[in-house]
Design a protein around this ligand. Structure first.
Ligand SMILES: Nc1nc2c(c(=O)[nH]1)N[C@@H](CN(C=O)c1ccc(C(=O)N[C@@H](CCC(=O)O)C(=O)O)cc1)CN2
Ligand code: GAR
Length: 295
């Protein structure tokens, strides 16, 4: 199933030549199974005005009902199914894990768009295979077709994105996006923040630093994203042992296994609106089984 890559050049499988298309001319009219982008764009004066219709199929899974959350007084609250954007730079195993959880119904949401700075990465390939649109961000010298922060915010808004999940995305999220999605952007980091976080701490570099430090425990952290690397409010963590014989690869594999489970658990809570904020600003997850319990 062919999906589309969105960039300032807006390459598509339509016969319209790839060119810059002013965003104000792109309207996304979501339909039950298909996103249809009606493009009306005027290109440079010496070229004709053309309109075209590009049909962009989203993933093929059937439309699932909103989830019903029981309330203490037995009234039932219907929680709208959420639209998710996932940001990756590499293999995308967390992205795949979250997408599979959405498809099987474990998460009350759908991944409606993938954002990457590496158009050829494994996560982008998976997205295309599943019919999930791919957005290239940011615009850099090596990727001149990448979107600007302002255009990215506009695009995500037109996809109706509710929450943004960073999953191995290696670029700084700009303040424009953070302001557009307050308390709505999560990141997963492969250490127990605040330890071993910040600029320069990503991928295997994190696990190498943990082992070199002699730390006896490590594990994934999921946190809300603010303007700086890894300093946002911590929402969830899991702990794994660091063994004396561990290589960085051994530790990475142990942590990654917990990441997959933790990100699904947290994304499910996010999409069921079970995240609360304590008066001191600490975010908490309301237990699904015992609504009076938070953790
Ligand atoms: N505004 C924010 N943006 C991002 C955050 C965040 O918390 N706030 N988290 C990162 C993910 N991350 C750790 O979890 C992280 C990613 C990358 C780096 C880093 O040092 N990157 C290098 C460039 C690496 C590359 O391009 O290959 C750098 O900036 O020099 C640190 C932490 C995602 N964005
Ligand atoms: N600081 C950010 C960072 O290091 N993120 C880490 O990148 C990996 C991505 O794996 P994936 O592409 O298979 O999900 C994950 O281990 C994630 O915690």
């Amino acid at each position: 199933m062919e999906a589309q890559t969105f960039s300032s050049g807006f390459r598509s499988n339509s016969t319209i030549p790839s060119t810059k298309i002013p965003l104000e001319r792109v309207s996304i009219t979501p339909a039950p199974r298909r996103l249809s982008l009606r493009l009306q764009h005027s290109i440079s004066s010496q070229r004709v005005l053309s309109t075209g219709r590009l049909v962009c199929k989203n993933s093929s899974e059937r439309v699932k009902p909103n989830v019903v959350i029981g309330e203490e007084d037995d009234s039932k609250a219907v929680v709208k199914r959420k639209k998710l954007a996932v940001f990756v730079s590499g293999g995308g195993s967390n992205f795949r894990s979250i997408h599979e959880a959405c498809v099987r119904g474990s998460v009350n949401g759908d991944v409606v768009v993938l954002v990457t700075n590496k158009e050829g990465c494994g996560g982008a390939k998976y997205a295309r295979d599943k019919g999930i649109p791919v957005i290239l961000f940011p615009r850099i010298r090596e990727e001149p077709d990448g979107l600007s922060p302002k255009d990215l915010v506009t695009f995500l808004g037109r996809f109706g994105v509710d929450f943004i999940l960073l999953a191995g995305y290696l670029k700084l999220i700009p303040v424009e996006l953070i302001r557009a999605y307050p308390r709505s952007i999560l990141n997963i980091h492969p250490s127990l923040l605040p330890a071993f976080g910040g600029k320069g701490y990503y991928g295997m570099k994190v696990h190498k630093a943990v082992i070199a430090s002699g730390a006896r425990y490590s594990g994934p952290t999921i946190h809300f994203v603010d303007e700086h690397y890894d300093t946002g409010r911590i929402l969830a963590q899991r702990v794994v042992p660091v063994l004396a014989s561990d290589t960085a690869e051994d530790l990475a594999a142990r942590v990654l296994k917990e990441e997959h489970q933790l990100y699904i658990e947290v994304t499910a809570a996010l999409c069921e609106e079970r995240i609360s904020w304590r008066e001191d600003g600490v975010p908490l997850i309301r237990s699904k089984d015992n609504p009076k319990d938070y953790y």
